[in-house]
Design a binder for this molecule. Structure first.
Ligand code: RRO
Length: 297
């Protein structure tokens, strides 16, 4: 079940999605002793950030909605946590302004990989960078010209073939190590009774869980095909709650996967159960043999 992600050995292909069970020291400690193959931190900023007003998370039987607003302890905390971990550690950095991202990256230490989050849908007044091709290109140009770090990108869901092509072309210009697809489906709405279920932005928030799986699989698949001639790894994220879901992400081209809503709902025990289920689909093959082998007509 072990995999190599960007040259780093993981005991298995499962990890948490950034934002899920990874903000506080207690949560990170839970991940550290869980059966996940790696830990991903909450997307961090230069300083502590309170985030949006409550209630800001709600779930139902099909998934979740959140508008957390990137609450986090600040980069120094997540960097220092890297000293304690006993498995590969990915620090997620929230891409707010370019100036802040540059300053934050200066402070990132004690990590294996950086996941640059260019897709948070919940910052009031700030569009998702991943949907602005010109700005994304400019942003990456500045970052990669200043830093020689192992950086991957957390991308928003794309829906149109032309957007997949445009993003893939931008990514290929830079030494991007991996992409994580997808972040939550931005600005959805889940009702609770006759009203909204969360407070910020009039109830709009990022949608996770079962709602996301078909879109996540399509994003993994499309980027797998478009990035075939590179060594950029793909981390699948969206709608994973069983071994079968992981298997589907790997068939579409994922090297590793992240678990979000299901982890929040059920806790870190889900990693062991999902691994057990996955082993039945994988049999005596390696994950490398299965990756990308989606059958098509
Ligand atoms: O903190 C959040 O509101 C949040 C972030 Br940074 C993100 O990338 N995706 C999401 O659904 N919520």
């Amino acid at each position: 079940m072990s995999v190599s992600l960007c040259g780093i050995e993981l005991s298995n292909c499962l990890m948490n999605a950034s934002g899920c069970w990874c903000r506080t020291e207690e949560e990170l400690d839970d991940l550290n002793i869980s059966q996940s193959g790696a830990i991903v931190s909450k997307s961090c900023t230069l300083h502590y950030r309170k985030g949006n007003e409550n209630p800001r998370y709600h779930d139902n039987e099909l998934g979740s909605i959140n508008s957390m607003g990137m609450p986090n302890e600040g980069v120094d905390f997540y960097s220092k946590y890297g000293l304690h971990r006993r498995k590969p550690y990915i620090i997620s950095v929230g891409a707010l302004s370019i100036d802040e991202t540059l300053k934050t990256l200066e402070f990132v230490k004690n990590y294996d990989l950086i996941e640059l989050n260019v897709s948070c849908p919940n910052i009031v007044g700030k569009p998702q960078l991943g949907y602005d091709m010109v700005e994304l290109d400019r942003y990456l140009d500045i970052i990669f010209s200043r830093f020689n770090l192992k950086i991957g990108l957390k991308l928003p869901p794309y829906f149109d073939p032309i957007h997949f092509e445009q993003v893939a072309e931008i990514i290929k210009k830079y030494p991007v190590k991996f992409i994580t697809v997808i972040n939550s489906l931005g600005n959805g709405l889940i009702l609770k009774g006759d009203g909204v279920s969360i407070a910020p932005k009039g109830g709009l928030g990022g949608i996770g869980g079962d709602y996301c799986k078909p879109i996540a699989l399509a994003n993994v698949r499309q980027f797998y095909q478009l990035l075939k001639d590179t060594d950029i790894d793909i981390i699948g994220c969206g709608g994973i709650k069983s071994g079968r879901d992981v298997y589907e992400h790997i068939l579409c081209g994922a090297t590793a996967v992240q678990i979000g809503t299901h982890l929040v709902k059920t806790g870190t025990g889900c990693f062991g159960r999902i691994l057990n289920e996955l082993s039945k689909y994988v049999g005596d093959k390696s994950l490398n043999e299965i990756r990308g082998k989606l059958k098509v007509y």
